[in-house]
Design a protein. Sequence first.
Length: 56
Amino acid sequence: MVIYLQQTTFTAEGIRCVAINLLREGMSVEVVVRVTGLTVEQINQIKVTEINSQGE
């Protein structure tokens, strides 16, 4: 079996949107870090600015 992977370029905003969606779905920070390649600090900042502010 041969699997071909298409080379894709992701934008910073696109990766941020994926991180936000994963966090909203209840994924752990560790999983979001592995999936997006962002740092723990970046994910925590997204949680503060995007996720926590939605509840206010």
